[in-house]
Design a protein around this ligand. Sequence first.
Ligand SMILES: [Ca+2]
Ligand SMILES: [Ca+2]
Ligand SMILES: [Ca+2]
Ligand SMILES: [Ca+2]
Length: 324
Amino acid sequence: MNNTIINNKKRYKTPAIVISMMLVSGMFSIAATQEPNLAAAQTPSPDLFAFKKSGTKSNSTEVYAIPGTNPQQLLLQTGTALPETDETYEFAVDDWNHDGTADIVAIKMSDTKSNSTEVEVLDGASNFTTFLLDTGTALPDTDETYDFGFDDWNNDGSSDLVAIKMTNTATNSTEVQVLDGASNFTAFLVQTSTALPETGDGFDFAVDDWNNDGTADVIAIKMANTQSNSTEIQVVSGADPQKFLVQTSTALPQAGEEFDFAADDWNNDGTSDLVAIKMIDTETNGTELHVISGANPQQFLVQTGTALPETGETYDFDTWKARS
Ligand SMILES: [Ca+2]
Ligand SMILES: [Ca+2]
Ligand SMILES: [Ca+2]
Ligand SMILES: [Ca+2]
C-alpha cells in the first residue's frame, strides 16, 4: 500500500519535469526551470492543455500546458509527431498507459483510412514523439453532428471514447455511444438515448464523473438562447441516462464561439466543476480561465488570465489531473 502512495506522489511531479523539454515556438517567454510545487501536489488543480491544430511553426500539431495552480506559468510547449490537423480532429488529454504522464488523444472523425472514427494516442513520456495507439473503432465516420469525450466511463481502468450524437437521431434525443477502451474500441459499452432532447448549435459538451459515483456523466452546456440569460448546464447521469443530475443556470453569462469548455473537479470537493476557456475578445488580451463551481453554479472558483495569448478556432482544449 505504501508503494502505491509513493508512486502517486511521483506521478504528480512528472508534468513539471516536462518543462525542460524542447521549446518549439518563440511565441512565449517562459521560465524553463521551475521547482515542482509540493504544496500544490497535495491538492492539485487540473492542468489546462491547449492543442494548436494548424498554422504552427513546427508544422505539427502543438501542445501547451498551463498549471491550474499557477495559470501565469507555461508548463510545456512542444510540437508533436502528429502533423497539422483540422476540423476533422478533436483532442483530449488522458494517461492512457497509466505511467503517470499525460498523453494526447487525437480523435479523427472522418477522411480516415479505416472508414471509421479513429483514435490516436501520443505518448507523453516520449514528449509526444511516439504513438501508443493508432486504431480504427467500431464507430463509423462521424461529422459535425457529434461531439466527443474521453474518460473511463465504467471505472474499469481503461479510458473509453464517448461519442455524443447531438442531432439527426432516431430517438429524437441527444444520444450517447461509449466505445470500450478495454476492447481497443472494437465494442460498445453503451448505446442509448438520453433525457436530453436533440441539441446541436449553441451547445458544447464535456464528459466527467460529475457526482463521483463511479460512472462518467455527460455535461451539456447551453451557451445561448437560454431562459436565464446565462450559460446553463444540464448533466445527464451516466448511470441512468434518462435522468438529469443537474439542470441549472450558472454565474457565466451567455457565451459564443469565443468559449471552449471542459469539466473537472477543480477544487477537489467531490463535484465536477465547469471549466470555461475564453479564447478571444478577452480583457486580459490572453486566453482566460473561468471556473464555475459544480456544487454552487452561481459562484466562480477562478477567473484569471493565463500564460497563453489569445487562441481561437484553430485550438482545442482539455483539462487533466494526475490521479491521487
Ligand atoms: Ca501516459
Ligand atoms: Ca473503461
Ligand atoms: Ca456519475
Ligand atoms: Ca468541485
